[in-house]
Design a protein around this ligand. Structure first.
Ligand SMILES: Nc1ncnc2c1ncn2[C@@H]1O[C@H](COP(=O)(O)OP(=O)(O)O)[C@@H](O)[C@H]1O
Ligand SMILES: CC(=O)N[C@@H](CCC(=O)OP(=O)(O)O)C(=O)O
Length: 263
């Protein structure tokens, strides 16, 4: 099977102009087929606060009312997505940007919860992904760049966690490609001690994940990231790892950076 890299980046990196440029230069160097998925939660949060729109996160998801939906659509599918595509073009990487509505590429359903109304938050599964379109885009030699905006095919846009989008696209494409899913972030992988960036685990399985969680060693963003990583691995993604952004090129050279997900 042909190799495919699916790479996810988040708001902390995107907010750092210099680091983002350096990362995109590394990404452009990858010779194999590749896809980039980006979040940008931190940037949407800053803009929403400036506009005095109060923000609430529950279970790693942003409660998305009408006003917040306008902000995240502008920030994720607009400014960030187009900026990344333009930067990639400057590195001779022929990128093409998507929201989930473009080409009906990611169809979501409004998140259902017995007590909480998440507003315009979309949940997705493998069937949500228009894998034929993505495969055609890759076969044209283009590099798809996905934002965290999806749609319901009834005219509504939704906000969907970017780690979930990365994991779900990887699941859908692992039937057609030898897929490596890399969650790139600001730490050296899963750390035993959050204060020590050298305390990363080389591998992590479900039991070790539960142990670290019950010891209170995993907080904030790492929890949904790991849940998505395990789900992808359990559903057939050939290789899944969490790595530091600066180590992308080393990982591609098979240096096995960060923390690899094991079953
Ligand atoms: N044990 C841990 N190992 C690594 N990161 C951790 C750990 N516990 C908490 N974190 C936090 O999780 C963050 C990554 O999640 P998040 O901020 O959502 O990333 P992104 O926005 O890049 O998707 C790290 O920056 C770190 O502060
Ligand atoms: C529903 C929901 O929570 N969506 C996320 C989408 C962006 C994201 O995931 O950004 P990072 O990867 O930078 O965290 C949010 O609005 O924060």
């Amino acid at each position: 099977m042909q190799k495919l890299y699916i790479i996810k980046i988040g708001g902390t990196l995107i907010d750092d102009k210099k680091a983002l440029k350096a990362f995109l230069a590394q990404f452009s160097e990858i010779k194999e087929a590749k896809i980039l998925i980006h979040g940008g939660g931190k940037i949407a949060e800053t803009l929403a606060e400036k506009l005095k729109i109060r923000q609430t996160m529950i279970d790693g998801r942003r409660i998305t009312n009408k006003k917040t939906l306008k902000v995240v659509t502008m920030v994720y599918a607009g400014r960030i997505n187009k900026n990344i595509v333009a930067k990639l073009q400057s590195f001779d990487c022929n990128a093409i940007g998507f929201s989930g509505a473009d080409g009906n590429v990611i169809k979501a359903e409004k998140r259902q919860h017995p007590e909480i109304d998440f507003g315009f938050v979309g949940d997705i599964d493998e069937k949500s992904i228009n894998h034929e379109l993505i495969i055609n885009i890759i076969n044209l030699g283009l590099v798809p760049v996905f934002s965290a905006i999806t749609h319901d095919k009834k005219g509504n846009l939704f906000n969907t966690n970017a780690d979930t989008i990365a994991g779900t696209i990887a699941q859908a494409l692992s039937k057609y490609f030898d897929t490596e899913l890399l969650f790139c972030f600001d730490k050296n992988g899963v750390l035993e001690n959050i204060e020590d960036d050298n305390s990363n685990l080389k591998t992590i399985n479900k039991q070790e994940f539960s142990e670290l969680k019950s010891q209170g060693k995993l907080h904030k963003g790492i929890l949904p990231k790991l849940e998505n990583a395990f789900k992808a691995k359990e559903n057939g993604v050939q290789k899944v790892a969490l790595i530091k952004e600066e180590k992308l090129s080393d990982q591609i050279k098979l240096r096995n950076e960060g923390t690899e997900i094991c079953l």
